[in-house]
Structure formats: C-alpha cells, structure tokens
Design a binder for this molecule. Structure first.
Ligand code: SF4
Length: 356
C-alpha cells in the first residue's frame, strides 16, 4: 500500500541509517554552512536489530532497490551497515543495492567485504570525490582524498561497482577531464558530474554568487563559488524561479518508493523528511510539520510504534499530503511544488552520468 492510495507495496526503499557523519560540508543540512550542528539531530541510528524489527522478510524480498543515503548522515559511519547489507543480500540476492558515501572512514578490510555485496549489474557505491587531491577537501571538509581512493580500491578489489561523483565548483572545474581519466584508470564503472542547485535559496529565491564556509563557532573561514563554465550550472541557478506546471507529479509514487529516516519515521521522500528539521532554527513549524501534527504527531509515522504496513495503509499524514497536490486553488506543499511540480526537473538536471 503506497500512501493509502495504491494497493502495491513500495518497490524501492531509500533508507537513512544514521544521522552521524565524519565530514563538515558547507551545503549539507547536517550543519549550518558546515559549522554548528543542526539542532534537531541526536545521532539517531538504525541498528541491525532495528532494521530487522522495521522491515520484515516479505517486504525485503519484494524490493527491487535498497538505497542507503539520507539527509544528514553517511551510511559508512553507521555501526551496522555491513551487517545490514549482508542480512539484506541473504534475503534478497537480486535487488539493486546502492550506497552514497564520502568514503573517508573505515578500514580497507571493511570496504573489501562491502565490495563482495555490491557486485550486481545495478549495484553501486557512489564515492563523493570533488576533484583531485588538492581541491577535494575544499568542499568535502574533514575527509581525505587519498583515503577515499584507497577505500574505493579495496571496495573494487572485493568485486564492488564503484562510481565517482564529482560535485563541480569554480575551484575544481578545471580538473573534470583529469578526474574522469583517473576514474577510468582506477576501475570506477561510472563518472558522474553533479551540479548543485544550492547557490539559490529556495526560501527567498535569492542567488548567491558565493557561499560561506563556517567553522564550529560560525566564523566564516572561506567561500565556495558556482562554476564559471555555463554547462556545469544547474538550471535553477541560471534560470531562477522555475515555472510551476499546475499540478504535482509525485516522484515517490512514480518510482514506487518510500523514505525512512534514521529516526525510523516513514516519509514519501527525503525532501519531505528534511523539511521538518531545518538547520537554522530549533522550530519544526512548516507545512510538512503541520501536516504531521494534524495527523497526530511523529509517533503516527514511526516504525518504533507501528508496522510499516499499518503506516502505509492508514496514516493520515501521507494521505493528507497527497490530497494537497491536486488542490487547484492552493497547490502545495511548497516542497512538493518545488521538487515535483516544475517545468524543469532541477533534481535530475543535477546529474550528468558517463559509463566508463
Ligand atoms: S516532494 Fe512531495 S511530491 Fe515530490 S516526491 Fe516528495 S512527497 Fe512526492
């Protein structure tokens, strides 16, 4: 049952295993411009025991994709990632297993073992490698380019499919071709350029010509700038406010996908999940937070209190959210209009993939 409207079980699960991360990237929602921690976070984590409690065998067997990513943490940091992947693989040998990571933690042995579980055609670990050794850590702060390369190498020796994901800025745009060549030489299967939309504030619509990098005291210690090469710019940055197409076409329903946060809360997608925990305020007011309160509170979408089936079949937050998409006089919520209701798919436009 997908949001009380569709009789099928979801085919894809996007799962956040942890709110913890070793890095301090300026544009990540985990911190305020890379500095102070988001006040809503509490190092919550899905352990192997919780994974088994939340997702029964029938549901896991039914999945065609398990994606380990999330809004706030890095799955390589979570204590039970390897055990969870082994458990999932034993139950479902054919589903695509995908993980997004900065790749700068754990031992080579750990990555080698993980690689043995990511050998399928559609499996992949996406390593964030934003340039070469001299530029990578400008954005991907507190990570080591050399260590990521070593970990990716161990992962590939284990048989895993590795993708190199390069977030392009002004300071690293000149290294794209060299990085692509190196990725091929090292054995990465795919090279992806990523064009961020975060230079434009989604709240004010204002375009920033540079974005601050802050330390833990919130002092500005530098800036990052968008690429000066136009083909590396996201359309949201170049075109400003995009046109609303009139009604929302929910990507989660189209993909038959749900999102579960490290807190164990069930959402249609990561965007609605992140909307309740803004980094710059301790308040969680906002349209999504209000819809959850109206439906009875976070407990009603928590896998710690209810089974996944019960939440998907009966939860009024999910059905209430869906009912707002076709409300012609007042389409919303704003996050849905922005992500799934505009002429240009700014999310998809972030990526340029190349098989190697
Ligand atoms: S942002 Fe809204 S419309 Fe888009 S996938 Fe999420 S819930 Fe669906």
């Amino acid at each position: 049952m997908l949001f009380g409207m569709d009789p099928r079980l979801p085919h894809k699960l996007h799962l956040e295993l942890t709110e913890r991360c070793n890095a301090a990237c300026p544009m990540c929602a985990r911190r305020v411009d890379g500095g102070q921690l988001n006040p809503h976070l509490a190092d919550r984590e899905i352990t192997r025991a919780l994974f088994e409690q939340f997702f029964n065998r029938e549901f896991l067997q039914h999945l065609i994709e398990l994606r380990l990513c999330g809004n706030f943490g890095d799955p390589a940091v979570a204590q039970d990632t390897l055990a969870i992947c082994e458990h999932f693989r034993a139950i479902n040998p054919s589903a695509a297993l995908i993980m997004h990571t900065n790749g700068s933690v754990r031992s080579s042995e750990w990555w080698f073992r993980l690689g043995r579980l990511f050998k399928g055609k559609h499996d992949a670990v996406l390593f964030a490698l934003d340039g070469l050794q001299d530029t990578h850590s400008v954005y991907r702060r507190d990570t080591s380019w050399q260590r990521i390369i070593e970990n990716a190498d161990a992962f590939m020796r284990g048989g895993g499919n590795a993708h190199w994901v390069f977030l392009v800025f002004e300071h690293n745009q000149h290294q794209v071709d060299e990085a692509r060549t190196l990725a091929k030489t090292l054995g990465f299967r795919q090279f992806t350029l990523k064009f961020t939309k975060r230079f434009r504030s989604h709240r004010t619509g204002k375009l920033r010509s540079r974005y601050p990098i802050k330390d833990q005291t919130q002092a500005v210690i530098g800036y990052i700038k968008p690429p000066s090469i136009p083909t590396y710019l996201n359309p949201v940055v170049t075109e400003g406010s995009l046109t609303h197409i009139g009604e929302v076409c929910c990507r989660a329903i189209l993909n038959s996908e749900i999102y579960v946060s490290a807190e164990g809360l069930v959402f249609p997608c990561c965007w609605t999940a992140s909307a309740i925990y803004p980094a710059t305020t301790t308040e969680d007011r906002g349209e999504i937070g209000d819809l959850i309160r109206l439906a009875g509170g976070k407990e009603t979408i928590s896998l710690k209190n209810h089974s996944l089936n019960d939440i998907l079949q009966a939860n009024t937050f999910l059905t209430g959210l869906a009912s707002r998409w076709h409300h012609n006089a007042e389409p919303g919520p704003a996050i849905c209009v922005r992500i799934c209701g505009q002429t240009v798919d700014a999310f998809k436009a972030q990526f340029q993939h190349q098989r190697l």
